[in-house]
Design a protein around this ligand. Structure first.
Ligand code: SF4
Ligand code: SF4
Length: 247
């Protein structure tokens, strides 16, 4: 198999021995069909077993291998080496603390994700014997796009607002809140509202749209946030008119 030598510059940081992150270069004989993750796996298998990074499925489903490649957040299993020149720079996702090499600390996102109650809150609980919570294809279509999120966090690495203020709930968690709010089987919108419509929620988003541009699954988190802003504003105005405050 014909190969091409590519220099892979990887950000290294092992907190027990490195005072600060630094770049380490590896020469990798890349095959035509390789994605960047294949090059990292070659380094791990053949050149340097100490390199740490996350991956699992190699088919952009698990969301584990988000990294900054040549300055842009993306899945390393989705980007072909042949689309780059002879040098590729690989860094951990921006805006998160580094745990080790390309592995980031995800705790902040996990807390934010659970704070928006990302699960179905039905009007009435059904027993398993009663069957599924049914809905029509048209009802499914209203939110299906937002179910495609794989929690890769590329959108957080691209979001300038999250970079400025890590209290911001951020694009993926807010898009997931919208996914459930828009689900005809769900009545949890008011239970999510305190977090979603807080200062750290949708109103913190400046709608630059960088999140949607980098999303590998076309989730459009920026669009989801704008739709949530619209419904929250309508709720507020309705509450003012009826004298009942927010719903
Ligand atoms: S649209 Fe909002 S969430 Fe998306 S990158 Fe911009 S500020 Fe961040
Ligand atoms: S919205 Fe897109 S970029 Fe953000 S975590 Fe989900 S799949 Fe990744």
């Amino acid at each position: 198999m014909e190969t091409r030598d590519v220099t892979i510059e990887v950000l290294r940081y092992r907190p027990e021995q490195d005072s600060e992150p630094f770049f380490q270069s590896y020469t990798v004989p890349c095959e035509e069909h390789w994605v960047v993750l294949d090059a990292l796996n070659y380094i791990k298998d053949e050149l340097d077993r100490t390199l740490s990074y996350r991956w699992s499925c190699h088919m952009f489903v698990c969301g584990s291998c988000g990294m900054v490649i040549n300055g842009e957040p993306m899945l390393s299993c989705k980007k072909f080496v042949r689309d780059f020149g002879d040098k590729i720079r690989v860094e951990p996702l921006s805006n998160f603390p580094i745990e080790r090499d390309l592995v980031i600390v995800q705790d902040d996102f996990m807390e934010k994700l659970s704070s928006v109650k990302p699960y179905l809150i039905p009007k009435e609980e059904r027993s398993i014997e009663s069957g599924e919570y049914l809905q029509t294809p048209a009802q499914l279509k209203t939110y299906k796009q937002y179910t495609m999120c794989i929690n890769c966090l590329c959108c957080y690495a691209a979001c300038p607002q999250y970079g400025l203020d890590d209290k911001f709930i951020g694009p993926a968690a807010l898009a997931l809140a919208h996914r459930y709010n828009a689900d005809s089987r769900d009545v949890g919108r008011s239970a999510r509202e305190d977090v979603v419509a807080s200062h750290e929620g949708i109103w913190e988003c400046s709608f630059v749209g960088a999140c949607s541009l980098v999303c590998p699954k076309d989730v459009e988190p920026a669009g989801a946030i704008q739709q949530t802003k619209f419904t929250s504003a309508i709720d507020y105005i309705t509450g003012m008119v009826s004298g009942g405050g927010k719903k």
